[in-house]
Design a protein around this ligand. Structure first.
Ligand SMILES: Cc1cc2nc3c(=O)[nH]c(=O)nc-3n(C[C@H](O)[C@H](O)[C@H](O)COP(=O)(O)OP(=O)(O)OC[C@H]3O[C@@H](n4cnc5c(N)ncnc54)[C@H](O)[C@@H]3O)c2cc1C
Length: 437
């Protein structure tokens, strides 16, 4: 099949674009060098957690941010596109392969969820299995860990949460042995897979019932199954008789893997393809249009002809952007100009971690149609759209906006391509062109 849209990158932004296009009937090929951030990140959709102060209503804060900072990706997208994308993702997960597992929350309100360090994290859309830990509502929590599990220390979480909530939430900690059938160290994926075995969830529930008190929310590391999270969570709540919730772990992330699996399955269900191990190294094209994407294969290159390209290659962490020893930054797939790189005499990083780091805003400048701009501010390609962490102008780590930007821009790119194709369909006489959707 000749793809009509090639998406480069299989993180949240690339898969959101790919699924939305494939479900609209477009031929989609997703090419990715490797896994994106989804399997590492907590699996929550943080639209905007901080804009100076902690954000309670992300949608209003995004609208204000867009007014204040016209170069921010949210200014290109607008708050309404963010809300559309959030609703779209919730509906896709609810109809995905893990249903009735679903996401809860709204773009108008941040929940306050605990991290594995006991810090409060503002997040708008979260797996149903995490919501009971929303510290705006919980009074008493018991955090239960598995003995031998690394990077999840219930007493650290409890102490920090008590401090962070000024004692308003009472949190205690305890540990239990990991499930008996576990083979080897209790890592996140191993624990999650063990709970997918028949009878394991009920056995765990019986042991947990002995440690939870009448008025407590029971919080566990986010390992409640890969294949049937709703079933395992429901079993625990039913047997224990108390609300149960997952606290996201440090990477790798079980809820992140569930979200990746869901989006990949939706892509395939709609006829799209994902080919990992595909390192995109350039394009073929003429004038203002890319005609094919070039992929490095052993001993040479392969070209994939396409009508549209969605560049979803992420930032420095995923190899979408690289920095050479002379502080020059490169976009690795299509060779686009990188904007926002501080000049050699300017500050690149601050000395304090949580302060602004000018270099982290570097990326591909784009217009409101997500088309990439060159160093002179002119459109580089008419049929390339840039999405996600590849876009210039945000500081996702400080803002807690990474997944929100990726989701909203990926979804928006799909709408822009579909709209453009509809316009072709309306204006070109029948038989002259072959629109894609
Ligand atoms: C450990 C961790 C924790 C995080 N926690 C949070 C959080 O709490 N809240 C939040 O909002 N955000 C968080 N983030 C950030 C957030 O996950 C990212 O900002 C977001 O997922 C970016 O998505 P993306 O699709 O733009 O890029 P990515 O997910 O990085 O995907 C990029 C894709 O492009 C591919 N690629 C790159 N170059 C090429 C090439 N030349 N050819 C082919 N493929 C290529 C990669 O292999 C990958 O598939 C976290 C990230 C990590 C890693």
């Amino acid at each position: 099949m000749k793809p009509e849209v090639v998406v480069v990158g299989s993180g949240m932004s690339g898969l959101a674009a790919g699924v939305a296009l494939a479900e609209a009937g477009v031929g989609v090929l997703v090419l990715a060098k490797g896994a994106g951030s989804l399997q590492l990140a907590p699996g929550t959709i943080d639209l905007l957690g901080y804009a100076g102060e902690r954000v309670t209503d992300p949608l209003s804060a995004i609208a204000k941010l867009a007014d204040r900072d016209p170069r921010h990706p949210y200014a290109l997208l607008g708050a309404e596109a963010v809300a559309d994308a959030a609703r779209w993702l919730s509906s896709r997960v609810a109809e995905g392969p893990l249903a009735p597992y679903r996401y809860v929350g709204s773009p108008e309100q941040n929940m306050l969820l605990p991290t594995a360090l006991g810090v409060l994290r503002p997040s708008a859309l979260v797996p149903e299995t995490m919501a009971a830990a929303d510290l705006r509502h919980a009074d008493r929590i018991v955090v239960v860990g598995f003995r031998g599990m690394k990077d999840f220390y219930p007493s650290l979480i409890a102490e920090n949460l008590m401090r962070a909530t000024g004692g308003a939430v009472s949190v205690r900690a305890t540990q239990i042995d990991p499930p008996s059938g576990l083979d080897g160290e209790p890592g996140t994926f191993r624990l999650a897979r063990s709970l997918d075995r028949p009878g394991e969830a009920a056995a765990l529930a019986a042991r947990l019932a002995a440690v939870v008190q009448d008025d407590e929310v029971l919080a566990l590391p986010a390992v409640l199954s890969i294949g049937d999270p709703h079933g395992v969570w429901e079993t625990l709540q039913r047997v224990i008789g108390r609300p149960v919730c997952e606290i996201p772990t440090l990477p790798p992330s079980v809820p992140g893997l569930r979200l990746f699996d869901t989006l990949r399955a939706l892509l395939r269900r709609a006829g799209g393809r994902l080919v990992t191990g595909s390192h995109v190294v350039g394009t073929k094209g003429s004038g203002d249009r890319v005609e094919a994407v070039r992929v490095h294969v052993s001993g040479g290159e392969r070209s994939y002809p396409t009508r549209w390209v969605v560049l979803a290659t992420g930032g420095v962490a995923s190899g979408g952007l690289t920095l050479d020893p002379d502080w020059r930054m490169w976009e690795t797939a299509l060779g686009l100009d990188v904007a926002g790189v501080p000049a050699p005499e300017e500050l690149r990083f601050s000395s304090r971690y949580l302060d602004p780091h000018p270099l982290s805003r570097a990326g591909i400048a784009a217009d409101r149609d997500l088309r990439p701009l060159d160093a002179d501010g002119a459109r580089r390609w008419e049929n390339v759209l840039v999405v996600g962490a590849a876009l210039a102008g945000a500081e996702p780590w400080r803002e807690k906006s990474g997944e929100g930007i990726a989701l909203a821009s990926g979804h928006r790119a799909a709408q822009l391509i579909l709209n453009a194709e509809r316009r072709v369909q309306e204006t070109v006489p029948e038989g002259v062109a072959e629109p894609i959707a």
